[in-house]
Design a protein around this ligand. Structure first.
Ligand SMILES: CC(C)(COP(=O)(O)OP(=O)(O)OC[C@H]1O[C@@H](n2cnc3c(N)ncnc32)[C@H](O)[C@@H]1OP(=O)(O)O)[C@@H](O)C(=O)NCCC(=O)NCCS
Length: 197
């Protein structure tokens, strides 16, 4: 099993196999049930719009963290630039997905090969419609495909309740967040059922 997984990871790293093809879904975006939202792997052409979604999500939804403090917000946004988004999408060690509705990007997620979730942002226009949940499911499925049995992340104050309801548990005490709220290291044990989106 360990040999098969490391072989798989090597093939994924080299790009010789598309992640979706592991489930017979090569190049097929995954569609959410009951709505027109789809999750697909991001391409560098998505970088501008994906970056805008992340920046709006931070500015408009994460008030519990930045409390509308312009200095905190500027510092937070300074890492979420178009150039950084493009390099995350192009990075072979990172897997970035976008949620789309029609032609519009309404959510962005990313995970590393070791199962660390580094992005999960929904457009303010699409809040509480299941987008972050669907993105998270896709990232967890990806982590499983890569042989990880856990996912870990650092949650904002804003999203803590969301991750708790998605099965994540906090480990360690709250840490200082980027703003005035706290951040929370969280982990989830994955099971193969997480593969279904
Ligand atoms: C909180 C947030 C992550 C939820 O994502 P979403 O796409 O809007 O919502 P979804 O429909 O996928 O998930 C709904 C879940 O959010 C949680 N939720 C509901 N209201 C909430 C609130 N006011 N605050 C926080 N979480 C809430 C619940 O767990 C709910 O699940 P339930 O309906 O089964 O109870 C999102 O709205 C948000 O604020 N994102 C800001 C960016 C961010 O902090 N990202 C995380 C970086 S670590």
């Amino acid at each position: 099993m360990a040999v098969a997984e490391s072989h798989l990871v090597r093939r994924l790293r080299s790009g010789s196999v598309e992640p979706y093809s592991l489930f017979g879904l090569a190049n097929t975006p995954r569609r959410l049930h009951h709505c027109s939202v789809q999750i697909r792997k991001a391409s560098v052409e998505d970088a501008v719009e994906a970056c805008q979604v992340v920046r709006r999500s931070i500015a408009e939804l994460c008030q519990a963290d930045h409390q509308d403090d312009p200095i905190v917000l500027e510092k937070w946004l300074s890492n979420n630039t178009f150039d950084n988004m493009r390099s995350w999408i192009a990075d072979p060690d990172s897997y970035v997905v976008v949620a789309t509705e029609g032609a519009a990007i309404i959510g962005v997620g990313a995970i590393t090969f070791s199962g660390e979730i580094t992005l999960n942002y929904v457009s303010p226009d699409a809040r509480f419609r299941g987008v972050s949940k669907a993105v998270l499911n896709q990232l967890e499925a990806r982590a499983l495909e890569l042989g990880n049995n856990t996912c870990a992340l650092t949650s904002t104050e804003t999203a803590r309740r969301f991750y708790l309801s998605a099965g994540y548990v906090q480990f360690g005490p709250p840490e200082p967040g980027i703003g005035k709220g706290s951040s929370y290291r969280m982990v989830k044990q994955l099971f193969p059922s997480a593969q279904a989106v």
